[in-house]
Design a protein around this ligand. Structure first.
Ligand code: NAD
Length: 477
């Protein structure tokens, strides 16, 4: 049985109720988390505020950095344990779970080093004045995290918020909490003061909503669906609380005829099958120059047929999807494709060892997907790649930009001028040329345009969002 983690202590919910934790590889329950309440959120916010006032606000930035560095080291020390927890909770193949634990440690390492390098400016103004700016923390920040990469997304927002001088209240997804509860314990062992990181588990409409509405929360970072992002922004707007929204995507991978296909093919596939396609920045649309449409689809089809799906612990190309409703969602999209007569090029295989009760989906490559069909417009959040041809650069740009989203884009071409033109014309928060990194490295600012959200996380840029700028104008004559 798991508990909330508030002020460095395991705390039961005031509801006295729990939620079952399901293993997606076999659909069976194996643990329980607390079903949190608005009262639990309130307790966490109070603990955070107390930590901020009595300890965190007064720490020298270098000292904050040392604590975050110690937490990074602790995470590295416990990386195998954390990866095993995440693997079972989320159905991640071993290599993915290990990569997520390593990324979590890296976030704390990166932001540990940034703590004492964040500063304001002096501004030339009128004779007789000195003007300076200070970057001040918001205070208590709220973090609502989804289930697809709990450790990575926690690291991304919490490490940056702490580095900027804030303290945190975190609400993980009800489908994936366990690794974060363990990280909060490790933070206490690393010496972070009670109340610096607080975790309240439970449902979105109960705990998440209470967090978004709480007057003691001074900034909210939300990663999740556009629908819930709207609710969060509405709740925050009631009290003018700043928000960072990292929402979904329908990111294009654009392949021109002069591309290095040997390099492109494995990257194109990984961009859609990584984490079983449950990645906000998955490269889920494939726009192919008509000159190479048939040969590239043939190569990709052969590669898709080799992909294998199975229980997380088998460490195959893909594990299961997170839950039955997600599996059903993918099935609905695929049956729509069938009804619309969209041709299926190839599918991978679900291995015989996969229990029928698990949430498996073979990776699927579809071709000639009409640009306005919902398969080319909506986020499926499963391993389904929608391919379509283009005839020139203008059409490639028009197709790339023809969705409500704009998170990441990949462009494959050897033509240097075209690389830069495409990078300018594609509407997205990140553009990868001759590569595709779902989200990219810890150092690279990440976030969306249009319905993919606003604000930036990762890199040094994130620190600006987790601070507010104060201008001090001194008239000294
Ligand atoms: P979701 O929006 O349903 O849930 C995300 C989080 O919000 C969960 O913790 C959930 O409990 C909480 N929540 C749900 N309803 C809420 C409410 N009314 N008030 C407050 N909180 C609430 O999304 P999901 O199913 O967990 O994740 C999948 C979605 O997240 C996809 O659309 C995906 O694209 C997006 N996502 C985006 C990024 C990114 O960085 N842009 C990263 C991962 C996932």
């Amino acid at each position: 049985m798991q508990h909330h983690y508030i002020a460095n202590a395991a705390v039961p919910s005031s509801s006295g109720r729990t939620i079952a934790v399901i293993d997606p590889s076999d659909g069976q329950p194996y643990d329980e988390i607390q079903r949190g309440t608005p009262e639990d959120v309130d307790a966490a916010v109070q603990a955070a505020q107390q930590c901020y006032d009595s300890v965190w606000r007064k720490l020298a930035p270098a000292e904050r950095g040392r604590l975050l560095q110690r937490l990074s080291a602790k995470i590295t020390e416990h990386a195998e344990e954390l990866a095993a927890i995440e693997q079972r909770d989320c159905g991640k193949p071993t290599k993915q779970a290990r990569a997520d634990a390593a990324a979590l440690a890296r976030y704390f390492e990166f932001y540990a080093g940034a703590c004492d390098k964040l500063h304001g400016e002096t501004i030339p103004y009128q004779e007789g004045f000195s003007v300076l700016t200070w970057r001040e923390p918001h205070g208590v920040t709220g973090h609502i995290v989804p289930w697809n990469y709990p450790m990575q997304i926690f690291g991304r927002c919490v490490a940056a918020a702490l580095a900027a001088g804030n303290v945190c209240v975190v609400k993980p997804s009800e489908d994936a909490c366990l690794s974060l509860l363990r990280v909060a314990q490790l933070a206490a062992e690393a010496g972070l003061p009670a109340g610096a990181i607080n975790i309240v588990t439970g449902y979105g409409h109960e705990v998440g909503e209470a967090l978004a509405r709480h007057p003691g929360i001074h900034h909210i970072s939300f990663t999740g669906s556009p629908k819930v992002g709207t609710l969060i922004q509405q709740a925050a707007a009631e009290r003018h609380c700043p928000v960072t929204l990292e929402l979904g995507g329908k990111s294009p991978q654009i392949v021109f005829a002069d591309a290095d296909l040997d390099a492109a093919v494995p990257v194109i596939i990984n961009a859609i099958v990584q984490n079983a396609g449950q990645t906000c920045s998955a490269g889920s649309r494939l726009l192919i120059d008509s000159l190479i449409y048939e040969p590239l689809l043939e190569r990709l089809g052969l590669a898709f047929e080799q992909l294998r799906v199975g229980p997380a612990a088998m460490d195959l190309d893909l594990g299961p999807l997170i839950r039955q409703s997600q599996q059903q969602r993918v099935w609905d999209f695929l049956s729509d494709a069938q009804v619309a007569g969209i041709p299926l090029v190839a599918q991978g295989t679900v291995v015989d060892e996969a229990p029928d009760t698990g949430y498996y989906q073979a990776p699927t490559l579809l071709r000639d997907v009409p640009a306005q069909h919902r398969l080319a417009q909506q986020e499926i959040f499963g391993p389904v790649l929608a391919a379509m041809p283009f005839h020139d650069e203008d059409e490639a740009v028009a197709l790339a930009n023809a969705t409500q989203f704009g998170l990441v884009a990949g462009v494959w071409t050897r033509d240097g001028a075209r690389q830069l033109r495409m990078a300018r014309r594609v509407q997205s928060g990140q553009v990868f040329i001759n590569n595709y990194g779902a989200g990219g490295g810890v150092e690279l600012p990440f976030g969306g345009v249009k319905s993919s959200g606003h604000g930036r996380e990762k890199g040094f840029e994130a620190l600006y969002g987790f601070t507010t700028l104060k201008t001090v104008a001194i008239r000294h004559g």
